[in-house]
Design a protein around this ligand. Structure first.
Ligand code: GLP
Length: 271
C-alpha cells in the first residue's frame, strides 16, 4: 500500500490518499477500521454512529463486515446507522430502493437493532420532506454526530446525491438528479423513464461534520473524477472537492482509480 501526502504543487496536500493493489484488500482494511472503532466504543459502553453509502463501491466492505460478524463475533448491537440518501419517490420494498440494497448487502446478515437504522424516507409527500430532513439532521446530532462516514463518488463528482451546484454547507434536503447520474442508475432501473428524477440526500455540510470520512473508489472509470476530487480547484461543480478542506478525510483507492493522480504518475516515472 502506498501512503501519499500529495505534492506541494497540488492544492490537496492535506488529504490523505491510500492506494491499494485491489478493491478487496482496500475494502478489508476499511472494514477492519470500522470493526476496531465499534469494538473500541463498545468497550467504553458507547454506541458507534456510522454513515453508510450504497452503490457498487462499498459492497466488499459490507461483505467483510458480515464475515467479521459471522466468523469473528463482531456485534452491531451498539451501532446506529444513517444512510446518505434515497431516491425520491421510492417505496422501501422496491428492489431499487436503498432500503432493499442495505438489507440485502448488510442489515439482513448482522445483529443490528432495526430501530437503529436510519435511511431517508422516499415515501413522504413533498410537503413533508423539509421537516423530515430537519429531523434527520437533529437525529444525527442527538447521537453525538457521525463517528465515521463512508462514501463512494459519482461520475459527476457527487457524494451522496450532492450533485454539481451543491453548497459546501448544504444539509439534508431534496435534490434533482443530474442526467449523468440518472443514466448511471439505468443498471438498476433498466429504463430511463423509471429512474426517479429526485432524491433525498444528506448535505455536503452533514457529511463534513463526520469525525472521520473515508471516500472509496475503484476502477479506471473513476480515475478522472478522483483526480479532480483530490487535486482539483475547490468547486461546487465537483462537490467532492470540498472534502479537501477536511482534516478528517481519507481517500481509499485501488491502483486504477488512483492512476491519474499526479503523485502516482511522478512515482511511476521515478521507478
Ligand atoms: C449513487 C449513490 C452514491 C454513490 C454513487 C456511485 O449515486 N447515491 O452514494 O457513491 O452512486 O456508485 P457506485 O459505487 O456504484 O459507483
Amino acid at each position: 500500500m502506498l501512503r501519499l501526502n500529495l505534492l506541494e504543487e497540488t492544492r490537496s496536500e492535506k488529504s490523505v490518499v491510500n492506494v491499494y493493489s485491489n478493491q478487496e484488500t482496500a475494502s478489508k482494511s476499511v472494514a477492519k477500521r470500522i470493526a476496531t472503532l465499534i469494538q473500541k466504543k463498545q468497550s467504553i459502553g458507547k454506541k458507534t454512529v456510522l454513515g453508510l453509502a450504497t452503490g457498487a463501491t462499498p459492497i466488499y466492505v459490507y461483505l467483510e463486515l458480515i464475515r467479521l460478524h459471522k466468523e469473528e463475533g463482531l456485534s452491531f448491537k451498539d451501532v446506529v446507522t444513517f444512510n446518505l440518501d434515497e431516491y425520491y419517490p421510492m417505496q422501501p420494498d422496491a428492489k431499487q430502493s436503498y432500503v432493499s440494497f442495505m438489507n440485502t448487502n448488510l442489515f439482513d446478515h448482522i445483529d443490528i437493532d432495526r430501530e437503529n437504522i436510519h435511511i431517508p424516507n422516499g415515501t413522504l409527500n413533498e410537503n413533508e420532506v423539509a421537516e423530515f430532513c430537519l429531523a434527520y439532521e437533529r437525529k444525527i446530532t442527538s447521537y453525538g454526530g457521525l463517528d465515521l462516514q463512508i462514501l463512494g463518488i459519482g461520475r459527476t463528482g457527487h457524494i451522496g446525491f450532492n450533485e454539481p451546484g451543491s453548497a459546501p454547507n448544504s444539509s439534508t434536503r431534496l435534490v434533482m438528479l443530474s442526467d449523468i447520474t440518472r443514466r448511471d442508475a439505468l443498471r438498476d432501473f433498466g429504463d430511463k423513464k423509471d429512474v426517479p428524477t429526485k432524491a433525498i440526500t444528506m448535505g455536503v455540510g452533514t457529511i463534513f461534520k463526520a469525525k472521520q470520512i473515508i471516500l472509496m473508489a475503484w476502477n479506471k472509470k473513476k480515475a478522472s473524477i478522483i483526480k479532480k476530487a483530490v487535486e482539483g480547484e475547490l468547486s461546487s461543480e465537483v462537490p467532492a472537492t470540498f472534502l479537501q478542506l477536511s482534516e478528517n478525510v481519507e481517500f481509499v483507492l485501488d491502483e486504477d482509480a488512483a492512476s491519474e493522480l499526479t503523485h502516482l504518475m511522478v512515482l511511476k516515472k521515478s521507478k
